[in-house]
Design a protein around this ligand. Sequence first.
Ligand SMILES: [Ca+2]
Length: 192
Amino acid sequence: MQRTTSWFSFRSARVVSAFRSFALALMVALYVSLHAVPTWAADATITWGFNPTPTQVQILAGQNVTWNGPLASHPVALTNSTFSTLGATVSSGGNSYTRNFPTPGVYYFMCEFHLSSMPTTVTVCAPPPSQLATLDIDGDGTVDALTDGLLVVRYLLGLRNSALVANAVNACATRDATAIQVHLATHSGLAQ
Ligand SMILES: [Ca+2]
């Protein structure tokens, strides 16, 4: 009788353990699926004036940015990364200007009349091809050595959290430190 009770206890413990493992795997899979989906913004809007809001927007290539405000008194002009050189004026009056951005990159704008006092930055990201998902560690849609490669090396060296991601995550990244660790743990089999 004693042996039978112990056997059942052993079986029960194994069932509970298996269930816990399954539940944990399910939670990890759900977490990864939620964080693997890029949270790309739709078309962006900037409220244009002496205090542009927001001053930085992020879109996907092919999406639009609209500046809403008094464009006759604050014409939108292209500039450089230090907001020190006035480029072409791109708006033409009215209260709304929409520009399409077909090419990934970082674009800088300011008011033609007020120069560096009204800087706005548009970061245009490449859509993340699904075939890059595994090696695209930070989820920015590209695979490169100084972000994704560095993240893998740091992870294998045991670095975690801020030590893992410091200066190694692209501006277009869709994963934070926690999501990066989940992604790497899932594909490496190593503990987070
Ligand atoms: Ca990447």
